[in-house]
Design a protein around this ligand. Sequence first.
Ligand code: MN
Ligand code: MN
Length: 248
Amino acid sequence: MTDMFVHHKETIVPVNVGTPDARFGQFLLEQFGGATGELTAALQYWVQSFHVTNPGIRDMLQDIAMEEFSHLEMVGKLIVQHTAKLNQTAVYDAPLFQMKGVGPHLVDSQGSAWTGTYVQEGGNVVRDLRANIASEAGARQTYEALINRCTDEGTKHALVHLLTREITHARMFMKALDSMGKLDDPFFGTIQPDDTVDIVFNLSHGDDHRGPWNEAPFQYVENPQPKGDIPPSPINPDDEKASPAGSR
Ligand code: MN
Ligand code: MN
């Protein structure tokens, strides 16, 4: 058996647009080539999985990465259907598609090109899983914005499924962190923190509030005072006050 990808053309839920709306198609690009979109999610979990040593978490990341690729396909198929009547759409309703042609394209709803800087990954499984919870929150929120602006029932049905799956993924990432004891323990890595680790500084004065984020076991410092001296003055050989070489 060789490494391989197998693609099934059937989608997990129907992807049928009733009334094409090129303007809504442009909004949908946010989840195709946008920061919170499915390409970002698919590549993020896929790339992360390569450096994860825990076989269970690696398998989870690869399962979810494949699902995100299927989401990319679903969003792309929604966009192509929404742009199918482009020549009957006023140019100002969908300028992006009028210029670039029927979608999808790897840009966001404002036409900005997709970039790898959207992808959060960084060599440590705890760091990655925490980033993934934030990514799922972003994706879920974008789907909510899309669903709130969606008037086509077929589109809405698919989008609610996509929103639902992002909630499931967030739960999976939380459970995975919990299985490592890292869901509510912010410490990870090998370098021990310094003695300020349990201290909370009140640095915005007025209308101060107390809560679990600054109560015991945290030590709350009402009026923090500097404990370091003033750092040494800079020594800059190019400073205009220094004597030029060879003068006087
Ligand atoms: Mn997704
Ligand atoms: Mn997801």
